[in-house]
Design a protein around this ligand. Structure first.
Ligand SMILES: *Cc1c(COP(=O)(O)O)cnc(C)c1O
Length: 862
């Protein structure tokens, strides 16, 4: 076991130009994964020929993209093999990150960056007249997530590999990821995301490691020959999970971990009968039924629908993953007694929390362990990350559905609950209300539900929130009973984002300037950015800083012109709100501000208004009517504002369709004002807020989620604070919030609402936006009216500040300089030390050697 701490200095990087000693059998030119310009070029040509079946007479840009991707994959696989060997040889403890979503973004650019050969490959291609950046855009982004939660999982995989932690990401290989959003006549329309239709150069399938998963049926109990009580689950049908691995490289290290995603395939056992009876089509129909499980990602962010297929997906990938972990563990240790000493399993929200019952089932029913030992191991394997404060996002499954799909798990959950509540009763005798709140089962009779958050809390050793405020609110509110029961389980882990994708890859101009000034240590130690503070008052540096933002704005302006046919003024303030469309995130409050400015100009054409370009992006869940109506409103306001000659050079509004990771990289780099205006107490953390500030945008925001900590880090004077605080929100709610009180006393707000109501943005249709207005005027669940004036006043301060160009640039530099805390490397090293208890395992780079030429068959499992 290595006893290295997180000291980064011991790292041995693979040499960039590997000089392979002539070993007799293997010569330099035989190494197809070398890093010299010559080897890289040769690899691309080889992969063009033998991977794509093309030569330069036939090759399209897509062929070149595929050849580059395969060339990078070859290099990563070489390091992956060495990584896996090292982890096995060192008996390493492994982190298993279970997540129903991984929003990875494009792989190829990131691999070039993490291998440290981006510039080199660009040069090689440029010598032939090809532009790397254009070719990389041919990659169809794998959109296997909705938003922040899936993107967090992706940033964490990058940091785990960079910190040389043995880790596997486990999830679902959805055939259709998050839908593609189109805007038609101002409305969102959804199209299926056929991300696999052009092939995926990045994955490797491992059909030999396929895993069987049971569904439905019933259980039978009996006493075995040793007098032990046993339960047998006789399923109604079974499905196979086929693993697909994608290599996850660390930055500047030889560690390459994997993301293992499961695809559902039919197991033919259950359709044999139909087949034998000559019902060929019936057998095929059953096959399609099984394969539906990994067909499509549920496009809801922060809400649950309680659909059967969703529970099937969750159980499917969790069961495959746990069986995979156990298969490897038994091969290696020949026993499961030390499973918890060698595995840390993280539950990314409650989506994989069925894993607690599944591990119990595997240990007890399949591996014959007794309950107490199995429970001890289970509780010490799992830790649970909570991601939300919204009640509609807490997963609860009807006991009926649960029992039909997973009869054995329901029995196990009842048993866990029985034992757990007995303990609770001992501690709080007679406190029946508390017992009812803590129970894993909610309600009575036909409406009974399984509470997945409660299962996750009971079955985990640690429970974490994702920002300091969020963790505090979990302790005081959402999970208060669990906190009182076991305060030592609760811990905060403020989210972070990877500096590799979100600065080095996404903003090359700024990265180059930073590296020029302070060296490149910031890439793996983001606190180094503090060294930029010394240049915040340097006029020359400020000038360069501004020029870079200007160049990024020009790129984004060109994109907006290409996509939306809107010409934006690159000297205007780029005021950006990109994130999932949700009422609590309050895109509507931003719109109220736009209309306020519009009214001011209409009232007084000479009003001195700071020119602004308002940029929006984000998808709404397809069934979320109000969110879709907000998109329509944004586009309707855009149509009126952008077409009005009297607003030329003053206001522009652009809604960018199909917001995704690739687009967001470009947007963060060009943004100047970051809108983070959720109702206080609703956004668990946010990570968009971190990516913006890292790229030098200033934040206008409420004291919500990680905004609180961002403000602490950058300094209150470099942050535009607005709105009620969480205690004020709670207080107002308690005394009875009435939006009318705010409305009746605010003439500017009245003007805004009336303009929407009279159909000014809807061709005179006064009904179109009625649902939005009614919800504001008579309910206003997210308190937009309560925060309206504060938001407008703060925006006015933003306008004044932007005019002080030098000071704005200074604040921008200081924002970037003080973002060290929000690196996912910091977050992951805290998880490693305080939750998972794992250590880095450095991996050495190994050249081909004569040993590799010794062809033999192995039984080693990975
Ligand atoms: C960072 C990111 C998010 C999360 O954004 P928030 O503002 O924190 O909600 C969502 N989607 C994409 C594509 C992202 O890159």
């Amino acid at each position: 076991m290595h006893n290295k701490s997180f000291d980064r200095d011991y790292r041995q990087f693979a040499p960039q130009d590997t000089q392979v000693p002539d070993s007799g059998l293997v010569r330099v030119e035989d190494d197809r994964t070398g890093m010299s310009e010559q080897s890289l070029k040769r690899a691309i040509v080889d992969n063009l020929h033998y991977g794509q079946g093309k030569d330069n007479y036939f090759a399209t840009p897509y062929d070149y993209y595929m050849a580059i991707a395969r060339s990078m994959r070859d290099r990563l696989i070489k390091r992956r093999i060495q990584t896996a060997r090292t982890h096995i040889q060192e008996d390493s403890k492994v982190v298993y990150y279970l997540s129903a979503e991984f929003l990875m973004g494009r792989y190829t650019g990131n691999s070039l960056i993490n291998l440290g050969i981006y510039e080199r490959v660009r040069k090689v291609l440029r010598e032939s007249g090809l532009e790397l950046d254009d070719l990389l855009e041919k990659e169809h982004e794998p959109g296997l997530g909705n938003g922040g939660l899936g993107r967090l999982a992706a940033c964490y995989l990058d940091s785990l590999a960079t910190l040389e932690i043995p880790a596997v990401g486990y999830g679902i290989r959805y055939e259709f990821g998050i839908f593609e959003q189109e805007i038609r006549n101002g409305w969102q329309a959804e199209r299926p995301d056929k991300w696999l239709s052009f092939g995926n150069a990045w994955e490797v399938s491992l059909p030999e490691y396929r895993t069987e998963v049971k569904f439905g049926g019933h259980t039978e109990s009996y006493t075995d020959t040793k007098g032990r009580y046993q339960t047998n689950w006789i399923p109604e049908h079974t499905v196979f999970g086929i693993p697909y691995d994608t290599p996850i490289p660390g930055y500047g290290v030889n560690t390459v971990n994997i993301l293992r995603l499961w695809k559902a395939e039919s197991s033919n056992e259950f359709d044999l009968d139909a087949f034998n009876a000559g019902d060929y089509l019936g057998a095929v129909a059953n096959k399609m039924f099984s394969e539906n499980i990994s067909k499509v990602l549920y496009p809801n962010d922060d809400t649950v629908q309680g659909k059967e297929l969703r529970l099937e997906q969750q159980y499917f990938f969790v069961s495959c993953s746990l069986q995979d972990i156990i298969r490897r563990h038994i091969y290696h240790y020949n026993s499961l007694d030390n499973l918890h000493e060698k595995s840390a399993i993280q539950l990314n929200d409650t989506h994989p929390s069925i894993g607690i019952a599944e591990l119990m089932r595997l240990l007890i029913d399949v591996h014959q362990m007794d309950w107490e030992q199995a429970w001890h191991i289970t509780q010490n394997c799992f830790a649970y990350t909570n991601h939300t404060l919204l009640p509609e996002a807490l997963e609860r499954w009807s006991v009926n559905l649960f029992g039909r799909l997973l009869p054995r798990h329901l029995e196990i959950i009842y048993e866990i609950n029985f034992r757990f509540l007995s303990e609770v009763r001992k501690r709080y005798p007679g406190d029946n209300e508390r017992i009812a709140r803590l129970s894993l089962i909610e309600g009575e009779g036909a409406d009974k539900k399984v509470r997945m958050a409660n299962l996750a809390c009971v079955g985990s050793r640690k429970i974490n929130g994702v920002a300091a405020l969020h963790t505090k609110l979990l302790q005081q509110d959402v999970l208060r009973d669990f906190y009182e029961l076991a305060p030592e389980k609760f811990i905060n882990k403020t989210n972070g984002v990877t500096p590799r994708r979100w600065l080095l890859l996404g903003n090359p101009r700024l990265s180059n300037l930073i590296t020029e000034k302070i060296g490149e240590a910031w890439i793996t130690n983001l606190d180094e950015l503090r060294k930029l503070e010394q240049f915040a008052d340097d006029p020359q540096f400020r000038q360069t800083w501004r020029e870079i933002k200007q160049a990024n704005k020009q790129d984004l302006a060109a994109y907006i012109e290409r996509k939306n046919h809107i010409q934006v003024d690159t000297n205007s303030l780029f005021d950006v709100q990109v994130k999932r469309l949700h009422e609590y995130k309050r895109q509507l409050l931003n719109v109220l501000h736009i209309i306020t400015l519009y009214n001011r100009i209409k009232r007084n054409p000479n009003e001195d208004i700071l020119p602004r370009t308002f940029i929006f992006g984000g998808k709404a869940a397809p069934g979320y009517f109000i969110a879709k109506l907000i998109i329509k409103l944004i586009n309707s306001v855009a149509a009126v504002v952008n077409d009005d000659p009297s607003l030329e050079g003053r206001l522009k509004v652009a809604f960018l369709s199909n917001y995704n990771v690739s687009m967001s990289q470009q947007i963060y780099a060009a943004a100047e004002l970051s809108e983070q205006i959720s109702t206080a107490g609703k956004e668990a953390s946010g990570t968009g807020n971190m990516k913006f500030a890292l790229n030098g945008a200033l934040t206008i925001g409420t004291l919500d989620g990680a905004n609180v900590e961002i403000r602490e880090e950058v300094g209150a004077e470099n942050f535009f604070l607005c709105g009620l605080t969480t205690p004020e929100v709670y207080e107002l709610k308690a005394k009875g919030y009435n939006p009318q009180e705010y409305y009746q006393s605010n003439s500017e707000l009245q003007e805004v609402i009336r303009l929407i109501a009279c159909g000014h943005f809807s061709d005179g249709d006064s009904q179109l936006f009625r649902p939005l207005l009614d919800s504001l005027l008579y309910n206003d669940k997210y308190m937009l009216f309560a925060d309206y004036q504060s938001y407008i006043d703060t925006q006015d301060r933003v306008s004044q500040a932007y005019r002080q160009e030098d000071n704005w640039t200074r604040m921008s530099i200081l924002n970037t300089a003080r973002m060290g805390k929000f690196s996912s490397d910091r977050a992951i090293s805290e998880y490693c030390k305080e939750i998972w208890h794992v250590e880095p395992v450095p991996v050495e780079f190994k050249e081909y050697s004569p040993e590799d030429m010794n062809l033999k068959v192995s039984k080693v499992h990975w």
